[in-house]
Design a protein around this ligand. Structure first.
Ligand SMILES: Nc1ncnc2c1ncn2[C@@H]1O[C@H](COP(=O)(O)OP(=O)(O)OP(=O)(O)O)[C@@H](O)[C@H]1O
Length: 529
């Protein structure tokens, strides 16, 4: 063998071994990335998938997260990214379209705010470049506040369209294009888009973000699907990217995203459509409607840790329950769509600040709302679907905290009991076997329930006058200090086992009427944390 051939065969051996080393390094890296995803239960689908990051500093060095954002992240107290942030931020930083699903309270809002702001780099005078659509005004307002918090000191102009802005056509073609980011409900935006000429320009939009996307995809009377289609069409420039976020999504939403989004990446943290693991869940059989109030009073009597959210199925029932509980002297308020905007804002503010201890609400507050430290969610009325259940109970147990959820059910609620018991079992809660063996409700029945709440016996007992609050020694309002009800213990009346067919025993309607007794405090002790 000549010296030249020896040299060339040595060099090819070196090249081959170099390639083997490189392949091995790539393989080790791939395994590390997979291990990181597995550790955090991050499931991804799509081609050419961006890798997740483990820390905010990695985001800064590898993705040039704005330095001011990094300071703000520290200021708000975030130490590490949550699993959805680890993966969704990098996907969006690669300008990939996205369907992201992660449990309630797991930081999805920051998962889209951070990359959206980083993309914009600096404030421009080009009109809206990021548009976030939320199903309710309350949620839009919360997202707007979160944008402001994380964008502090960056100079970005963030805007939420209010009623008066719509009336004044504040965003018309002649208005200053100073805003960079728009957070809105579909209604408001559509109104502006449909004016001639349009009251708002979408031509510079770079990111269209749909929060609670499965809600916005719902068809029908209360659905937003048609509105979303109008918004989607308006943001049609070639450079617009779209990202969909929710804690739950249906097969239909997934299919739509696969068909309509460009090379979409799907991220799912944890099991699909599963409740957060941080909530201790309980189902409480209360026999009939009247058993709910007995159970409620028993809960209050045992003592509760505010803040508490109570869900009912309609605004009328919310108002009735409010009258009953206010009469009992509980520091309670109620929020629903019949309240004025100002009233709704004040109630949300008071609940956030701790002035209100118990808030009665409808589905309006079921999604997205992030009230710090809600300790207990009570489903006074059974949720219309497992999806609604997941969102409702997700108002507690947020951002790594623990929480509790109690769901009352009667014989009328058996139709949906199985699906909710299944959600509970999926998160490791104990559920009686019979519940999982109940017949699965047909799609038609489930759809009907979602659209029309079942008729229920009225909550109202005719007590309308609000009892004044008593003050405790520190002069603070006492939670439940009713001085007029000698309540029978509900413990004997509430059954948590299998419901029987309506009988005299289980029908609490027939129980003795409670008599008000002036001299006795009703309990409602408030547990201190
Ligand atoms: N990296 C983080 N570290 C600690 N807390 C965080 C982090 N990111 C977000 N949070 C906090 O977690 C809470 C829940 O976040 P967020 O409201 O975005 O949840 P979500 O996933 O959108 O929930 P939902 O599905 O109910 O809308 C907020 O109070 C937020 O400030």
């Amino acid at each position: 063998m000549t010296s030249t051939t020896m040299a060339s065969s040595r060099s090819s051996r070196v090249k081959k071994s170099g390639r083997r080393v490189a392949d091995r390094v790539t393989q080790i890296h791939r395994e590390e990335v997979n291990a990181l995803r597995n550790r955090h239960k991050i499931h991804v689908q799509g081609t050419d998938l961006p890798e997740p990051v483990e820390s905010f500093s990695q985001l800064q060095t590898e993705y040039q997260l704005l330095p001011q954002l990094v300071e703000n992240i520290v200021a708000v107290g975030y130490v590490d990214p949550t699993p959805i942030q680890m993966q969704a931020v990098t996907v969006m930083m690669h300008r990939r379209e996205l369907l992201a699903c992660a449990p309630t309270g797991s930081g999805k809002t920051a998962a889209f705010i951070l990359p959206a702001l980083t993309h914009l780099k600096k404030p421009g005078r080009m009109g809206f470049r990021v548009v976030v659509v939320s199903p309710t005004r309350e949620l839009a307002k919360q997202t707007y506040r979160e944008f402001q918090r994380l964008a502090t000191g960056t100079g970005f102009h963030i805007c939420m369209i209010g009623k008066s802005d719509v009336a004044k056509q504040k965003f018309g073609p002649k208005s200053p294009q100073k805003f960079d980011i728009l957070v809105t409900t579909p209604n408001r935006l559509i109104h502006l888009l449909q004016l001639t000429p349009p009251g708002v320009s979408m031509k510079n939009v770079e990111w269209l973000i749909v929060d609670e996307c499965d809600k916005l995809f719902e068809a029908g009377k209360q659905g937003f699907r048609d509105q979303l289609a109008v918004i989607y069409k308006a943001c049609d420039s070639s450079h617009v990217r779209r990202a969909m976020f929710s804690a739950t999504y249906t097969y239909e939403v997934e299919q739509w995203c696969k068909l309509n989004l460009d090379n979409v990446v799907t991220i799912c943290v944890g099991g699909r459509n599963s409740a957060t693991m941080s909530v201790k869940q309980e189902l409480l059989y209360v026999g009939a409607e009247s058993g709910k109030m007995v159970a409620m009073r028993e809960l209050v009597k045992k003592g509760f840790s505010p803040p508490v959210l109570v869900f009912v199925q309609s605004k009328e029932r919310a108002q009735d329950l409010y009258s009953e509980l206010a009469y009992d002297g509980i520091n309670v308020n109620v929020i629903h769509s019949d309240k004025t905007q100002l009233q709704r804002d004040n109630i949300v503010r008071d609940f956030r600040s701790g002035k209100i201890w118990m808030l009665i609400c409808t589905e309006l507050m079921g999604r997205g709302m992030d009230f710090k430290g809600v300790n207990l969610v009570i489903n006074y009325d059974f949720p219309p679907s497992a999806i609604s259940y997941i969102h409702r109970i997700g108002r507690t147990g947020r951002a790594g905290r623990s929480g509790e959820a109690v769901t009352f059910f009667t014989d009328e609620d058996l139709v949906n009991l199985r699906s909710i018991a299944a959600v509970m079992r999926q998160t490791g809660c104990d559920v009686p076997g019979y519940m999982l063996r109940l017949r699965k409700a047909s799609k038609k029945v489930r759809r009907k329930l979602e659209k029309h709440a079942p008729k229920r016996e009225s909550i109202s007992t005719g007590k309308k006058k609000k009892a004044p609050f008593k003050r405790n020694e520190e002069g603070k309002k006492q939670g439940a200090v009713s001085d007029m009800v000698d309540r029978p213990s509900a413990a004997s009346k509430i059954q948590t086992g299998a419901p029987k067919k309506k009988s005299k025993k289980t029908n609490l309607k027939k129980k003795k009427k409670m008599k008000p007794k002036k001299s006795q405090p009703s309990g409602g002790a408030v547990k201190k944390h």
